[in-house]
Design a protein around this ligand. Structure first.
Ligand code: S3P
Length: 438
């Protein structure tokens, strides 16, 4: 299903019923990557087949791995071990996907062949020194453009050595890139995190039989370990659920349950933030699929109030801020966020993209280098035309704004929704959003 370029969402409506969201994007990427370097056949159930994960699948096919996928999200990967990867015949196009380019940089740093990775306009603006610097300390040969942006050119390195590396920014992509390089380095590789970030790589490496030490914010892996194929089930993506959770929380009369959704504690910041704003959110049916916890998440709409968002919740809600900002804009009082400068380095500058869109809809907003202040109004939004700057999460967040708008909300340039949520329009329509193609 292709996503329309523009969406028009009629004002009003309520979110109701039961829904499922597509498989978690971060976990799906990692399942394809680890299955591709493991020995044996890995089966992945519930894999997200959005454009970003397809980019990862295409990259491993270009590296010689046989991968088959079915429309229902079952993916089969015939792994023959890391040493069997072969040099790609052409540049690897990582599209819009930061996770693909950064994790693959780590993985390919010690592959012993050359590879070039590039991407779309948005990806070519994103900072890569955060991965190339630690990888070079390990002995990798990687060049980027003068500004530290893609394309990344990986030259064959004869030998990687383990390092102990303190992350300057809390980033699961950087942590994962270093750990993946560490699998093929001599000795121990240790990553020290300033704050906990999503730990899907650590959990999944263990599921593939890798021994890993995790203690007091330090993750250590010993090089030379082989991965053994396994079967994985990917839970629903809490980052995709977040639009519906925020949309239901901010509209009185909404009552919605997202079933089978991932609730890894490194990802649930949005639930904690919405609860602090007064949202009524209940988890039920909590269980584990393999190494990842999941649950059904139920929300009842009510009147939210503004808060000062605690900085320690930033990493675990990093992708959910577009949805949270929309909820904050129709809450009573002011919401303030600081310590979230990383939002400026996502698929768009999400502080500016969200501030500009909220202003179009009549919300008063002030931005700073690392945050935003949103003056909420229980009157909600006017309507208007939003430029989502090609950013999937900005587009989906503003679709939810229509629930509390007085006029239609038009979202321009939103084909990127397909990177993480290919059937967003259908799911949103079923849940109660009145949306159509422009
Ligand atoms: C991701 C980590 C986060 C997140 C991104 C996915 C991952 O990025 O924003 O959408 O899969 O590891 P950073 O590592 O840049 O924080």
């Amino acid at each position: 299903m292709t996503t329309p370029e523009h969406l028009i969402v009629e004002p009003g409506g309520r979110l109701r019923g039961l829904l499922r969201v597509p498989g978690d994007k971060s976990i799906s990427h990692r399942a394809v990557m680890l299955g591709s370097i493991a020995h044996g056949i890995t089966e992945v159930n519930g894999c997200l087949l959005g454009a970003d994960v397809r980019v990862t699948i295409a990259a491993f096919r270009a590296l010689g791995v046989q991968i088959t996928e079915q429309a229902d999200g079952r993916v089969t990967i015939v792994g023959r071990g890391f040493a069997q990867l072969t040099a790609p015949a052409a540049q690897l196009d990582m599209g819009n996907s930061g996770t693909s380019i950064r994790l693959l940089a780590g993985l390919l740093a010690g592959a012993g062949f050359a590879a070039v990775m590039t991407g779309d306009e948005s990806l070519r603006r994103r900072p890569m020194r955060r991965v190339t610097e630690p990888l070079e300390l390990m002995g990798a040969c990687i060049s980027s453009d003068d500004d530290g942006r893609p394309p990344l050119r990986i030259m064959p390195a004869s030998h990687l050595c383990g390092i102990r590396y303190r992350l300057p920014v809390a980033s699961a992509q950087v942590k994962s890139a270093i750990l993946l390089a560490g699998l093929h380095a001599e000795g121990h590789t240790c990553v020290v995190e300033p704050m906990p970030t999503r730990d899907h790589t650590e959990r999944m490496l263990r599921a593939f039989g890798v021994e890993l030490e995790v203690e007091s914010g330090e993750i250590t892996v010993e090089g030379g370990q082989e991965l053994a194929a396994t079967t994985l089930t990917v839970p629903g993506d809490i980052s995709s659920a977040a639009f519906f959770l925020a949309g239901a929380a901010m509209e009185d009369g909404s009552e919605l349950t997202v079933q089978d959704c991932g609730i890894n504690p490194t990802r649930t910041g949005a639930i904690h933030i919405l609860r602090r704003m007064g949202a009524d959110i209940v988890l039920s049916n909590e269980r584990c699929t393999g190494s990842e916890p999941l649950a059904d998440i139920s929300v009842r709409g009510c009147r939210l109030h503004g808060i000062d968002i605690p900085s320690d919740l930033v990493p675990s809600a990093i992708d959910e801020f577009p949805a949270l900002f929309v909820a904050a804009a129709c809450a009573e009082g002011v919401t303030r966020l600081v310590g979230a400068g990383e939002l400026r380095h996502k698929e768009s500058d999400r502080i500016e993209a969200m501030a500009a869109g909220l202003r179009v809809l009549g919300t008063k907003v002030a931005t700073s280098t690392d945050g935003i202040e949103i003056i909420g109004s229980v009157d909600g939004f006017s309507g208007g035309s939003i430029d989502c700057r090609g950013d999937h999460r900005v587009a989906m967040a503003f679709a939810m704004a229509a629930l509390r708008a007085r006029e239609p909300v038009e979202i321009i340039d939103c084909a990127a929704i397909g990177t993480s949520f290919p059937d967003f329009s259908e799911t949103a329509r079923r849940a109660g959003l009145n949306l159509s193609r422009a």
